[in-house]
Write a protein that binds this ligand. Structure first.
Ligand code: C2E
Ligand code: MG
Ligand code: MG
Ligand code: MG
Length: 288
């Protein structure tokens, strides 16, 4: 009967609610546990950087590497950046962790150069909170001075959405960093909402085309059109382009025909620990 059906709906609704509440509670408690575990991650040596080569399409030269953070916790195991970065940002820990990342990445490049590896750029991700932090330039200056790494070797990646949060402020910070000789790139380009009038005022060197557009460029006409348009726009604004998440030769072939400058992705290498990356660089040396 209708009455019975009504009862059932109510009961199911209530079960849904209990299920939902339980799941929420579990998720919250995992987040709180991760947040407190993250506090001692640096001291316990649980953080590690892995490095992914960025390769110039025209001559296959490695022009740089991107540093990517990994967290291995004894109890939680490998926690992905997609899960712990938001926690680090919301709890403010990103300031300490971000400083560790910058310092570690700069020191690593300095060491590779000292070991005789060919000059290349170290690209480091910056979260919106780090970018807005009043001491960002002080921190960067300090790290470059201590590691004796010239600023020209450092690139900072800022996501498109972070740059557009407060574009007038972003312009000023970008100018300050640019004056020091540090390169800036816009990460995940195409996923935010860039105002083109702001984009041309940004002191940026490179646009990183988001991997969501790259994934299907071998087959999807819309994605091909989007990627092609981004590259043309970047060219006319004087920005370099790099495509993220390139996994296949077919993707690379299309990017080459469109005049994309560089690629980064599993086609060449996954992000690797420092020692493995060093070996990879030696094995993949191109003729001068
Ligand atoms: P992102 O900066 O856009 O980094 C690119 C992501 O794509 C990395 O994921 C990388 O491992 C992955 N990737 C690279 N090549 C391929 C490919 O060919 N196929 C596929 N499917 N994926 C590929 P990861 O390392 O999990 O990092 C995710 C995001 O976490 C990064 O996106 C970045 O936004 C953030 N992140 C990582 N490390 C740091 C850090 O040190 N600081 C900050 N602020 N954010 C970081
Ligand atoms: Mg990045
Ligand atoms: Mg990206
Ligand atoms: Mg991303």
């Amino acid at each position: 009967s209708a009455d019975m059906a009504m009862q059932l709906v109510k009961l199911e609704g209530r079960n849904d609610f209990h299920f939902f509440a339980k799941e929420m509670q579990q998720r919250t408690s995992r987040m709180l546990n991760l947040e407190s575990a993250l506090l001692s991650a640096i001291d316990n040596n649980e953080l590690q950087l892995v490095y992914q080569p960025q390769v110039r399409i025209s001559d296959r030269k490695v022009i740089g590497v991107e540093a990517l953070l990994r967290w291995h916790h004894p109890e939680f195991g490998q926690v992905s950046p997609a899960e712990f970065m938001p926690i680090a940002e919301n709890s403010g820990q990103i300031i300490t962790i971000g400083a560790w990342v910058l310092k570690t990445a700069a020191a690593q490049l300095k060491q590779w150069l000292a070991q005789g590896h060919a000059p290349m750029i170290m690209s480091v991700n910056l979260s919106a909170i780090q970018f807005r932090h009043p001491n960002l330039t002080g921190l960067v200056d300090d790290i470059l001075a201590k590691t004796e790494l010239p600023p020209e070797y450092l690139e900072l990646e800022l996501t498109e959405s972070a740059a557009m949060l407060n574009p007038d402020h972003a312009i000023r910070i970008m100018q300050t960093l640019h004056k020091r000789g540090i390169r800036l790139s816009i990460d995940d380009f195409g996923t935010g909402y860039s105002s083109l009038s702001y984009l041309k005022k940004f002191s940026i060197y490179k646009l990183k085309i988001d991997q969501s557009f790259v994934r299907d460029i071998a087959t999807d006409g819309d994605d091909r059109a989007i990627v092609s348009a981004i590259i043309q726009m970047a060219n006319s604004l004087g920005f370099h382009t790099i495509a993220e998440g390139v996994e296949t030769q077919a993707q690379l072939d299309y990017l080459r025909t469109q005049g994309c400058d560089e690629i980064q992705g599993y086609l060449y290498s996954k992000p690797l620990p420092a020692e493995a990356l060093s070996q990879w660089l030696i094995a993949n040396r191109t003729e001068a």
